[in-house]
Design a protein around this ligand. Structure first.
Ligand SMILES: Nc1ncnc2c1ncn2[C@@H]1O[C@H](COP(=O)(O)OP(=O)(O)OP(=O)(O)O)[C@@H](O)[C@H]1O
Ligand SMILES: [Mg+2]
Length: 266
């Protein structure tokens, strides 16, 4: 399989102010490297503050790494050419943990899902309505909900809106940053199954960021384990979870008491 995303040795420091004139440099990412194959789900796990969202923000082009390179679909995402970066960014989408916080509460579902299309393409109102209805159908939402606002929906329905919005520009890679952490367990499984069925019908690649090893076991082909800004272990999901070699991965697994989902990785 050809890789769609190649992240090579990216590093990032943040400056933390420590009193009036004191500044501390913190290494948040330290030479992080990985690839995602076309149509694959790559898991990224690690403790809070290990740098997972910072990796996502670098891949999305929201943050520039201090060093290293990111190549998406053959294009250099760290290039100085802003218009090239913006064109490439349209093939990437991100879904966040909490749809009630990440989506504008004043917009209707139609406006939320239509917004990325309106911002990037010339289209007519009837065409826009058709596309929004299609996207709502793809994520299992009835078109009757189109005039509702995000606050009127259940957690699972709201996350489906976030996914429909992510699909709107037909991305190749979708970053899922803790997409099920805010949901009840039964709804978590429905969202993971929806993501899996979209992947098998359309062929999306996913970078799935999670704290939850059950989610990794259920959904990921391969997994990266991150600790303090570095990838400490990576490999096939079952191999890493069944025979972890790094002490940190062993601790993570020891702290996970039981399986919520089926162990099938398909
Ligand atoms: N803009 C910023 N300025 C300064 N420090 C930051 C900034 N963004 C993140 N950090 C720090 O970088 C580290 C990594 O943050 P990041 O959000 O990537 O972690 P994470 O692995 O996604 O954590 P979580 O699982 O809690 O979401 C943390 O110590 C965080 O405080
Ligand atoms: Mg995070």
């Amino acid at each position: 399989m050809a890789d769609i995303l190649r992240v090579s040795h990216i590093s990032k420091q943040f400056i933390r102010s420590n009193g009036w004139f004191k500044r501390e440099y913190i290494d948040v990412l330290d030479a992080v490297s990985f690839c995602i194959d076309s149509g694959e789900t790559l898991g990224l796990v690690g403790e809070s503050g290990s740098g997972k969202t910072t990796v996502a923000r670098c891949v999305m082009g929201m943050l520039q790494p201090d060093s290293g390179s990111i190549t998406f679909n053959g294009n250099d995402m760290t290039s100085q050419d802003r218009s090239l970066r913006q064109t490439v960014r349209r093939q990437l989408a991100i879904v966040y943990q909490n749809p009630y916080l990440s989506l504008n509460p004043h917009f209707t579902l139609f406006e939320l899902i239509a917004e990325p299309i309106r911002a990037n393409e010339k289209t007519t109102k009837p065409d826009l309505v058709k596309r929004v209805v299609l996207l709502m159908g793809q994520v299992g939402l009835s078109e009757e909900l189109m005039a509702r606002k995000i606050g009127d929906l259940s957690g699972g329905q709201a996350q489906r809106v976030a996914i429909a919005r992510a699909l709107a520009l037909k991305p190749k890679l979708i970053i899922l940053d803790e997409p099920t952490s805010a949901l009840d367990v039964s709804v978590q499984a429905q969202i993971l199954n929806l993501l899996a069925s979209l992947q098998s019908s359309v062929g999306y690649s996913y970078l799935l960021i999670t704290h939850d090893l059950d989610v990794v076991r259920h959904s990921c082909d391969r997994v990266l384990v991150m600790s303090q800004g570095s990838i400490v272990e990576s490999g096939n999901t079952n191999t890493v979870l069944d025979t972890p070699t790094h002490a940190y991965t062993q601790q993570l697994i020891a702290a996970t008491p039981k399986l919520k989902y089926s162990t099938s990785n398909s």
